[in-house]
Design a protein around this ligand. Sequence first.
Ligand SMILES: *[C@@H]1O[C@H](CO)[C@@H](O)[C@H](O)[C@H]1NC(C)=O
Ligand SMILES: *[C@@H]1O[C@H](CO)[C@@H](O)[C@H](O)[C@H]1NC(C)=O
Ligand SMILES: *[C@@H]1O[C@H](CO)[C@@H](O)[C@H](O)[C@H]1NC(C)=O
Length: 299
Amino acid sequence: MKAFIFTVALVLGALSVSLAQRETSLRVIDALRDLHPSYRDLRNLVVNAVAGAKLNSSEVVYRFQVEVAARKESFLKSAISAEAGVLRQVNAQSVAVDTSCLGFLRQSVDVNMNLAGVSFTNCLNTVDGSLATELTRIYAELAVNETSYVNLSVYDVFRGQNVFVNPQTIVDRLVEKLSAVQQAPIELAQELAQLVDAFEGRLGNVQTAYSNCLTMNDQLLQTTLSTVLVQLQQICLGSLVPAASTSEPTEPTEPEQEPEQEVTETTEDSEPTEPEPAVTETEELPEPPTPGQAYVQLV
Ligand SMILES: *[C@@H]1O[C@H](CO)[C@@H](O)[C@H](O)[C@H]1NC(C)=O
Ligand SMILES: *[C@@H]1O[C@H](CO)[C@@H](O)[C@H](O)[C@H]1NC(C)=O
Ligand SMILES: *[C@@H]1O[C@H](CO)[C@@H](O)[C@H](O)[C@H]1NC(C)=O
């Protein structure tokens, strides 16, 4: 009798453990179901966050391009006004100055402007290449982040586990998973913002390199143009007219049309070999400024 009661108790005990365990196995499915909406929310959030990061990076590119155009414009204006200043000097020479010598100077100015055009293009080509590289990089980074968050597995908690043998372990893992999924958006937002910030920083470096490239070429052009002024006096035996008599082309920040008109006028003037009548007025100037002074006025 004693033995019988013991056996029954043992069987009942085993049965009750088994039933409780089966209930836990079913709770796994409930835990799994709880997870699904959270995963959907996370996926939607990731898609939106990455799209937002792409929009932000697009805005960064826009500001970058606006800035590139502004810098190019200011250097172009500076080059055009420097050219106009030198041509004004060349065209203002008296009839006594050898016209073929002046013609060579005009050619020299023209050739150096063309070379400056080549260097401006080279600077911009570098920018173009760098921008393409950076765009590829940020998109790849965003894609990696997007995939890694969207690809969070729901079912990896079942690996190495048996839903009938240790269901509680699975439930615990699913609960952990839920809190990880709920935490993910905060991490993602931070990571994406960092990626976009880093992208902006790298474009800033591209911008700086572009500016330096333009500045170097601009200095080179200014140097060659000031050499033309020295050649005007040393080789063509001309003399510089006072820079103060025309102040228009020396201002780089003027309305756009001013320097361009100046250039077209002077280039047209440079075609005929006879000096202009107006030029003779400047012939008898007592003290022509030194080349250095004239150059300072030009730039
Ligand atoms: C997001 O991208 C960055 C840059 O590629 C990477 O370092 C980081 O590990 C990514 N984050 C995730 C969660 O994949
Ligand atoms: C998605 O996750 C699984 C398991 O975590 C991994 O093996 C796979 O490479 C991932 N896929 C991508 C595209 O990241
Ligand atoms: C995008 O820009 C907005 C506004 O500046 C900002 O609130 C958001 O956090 C940015 N998103 C990313 C991923 O950088």
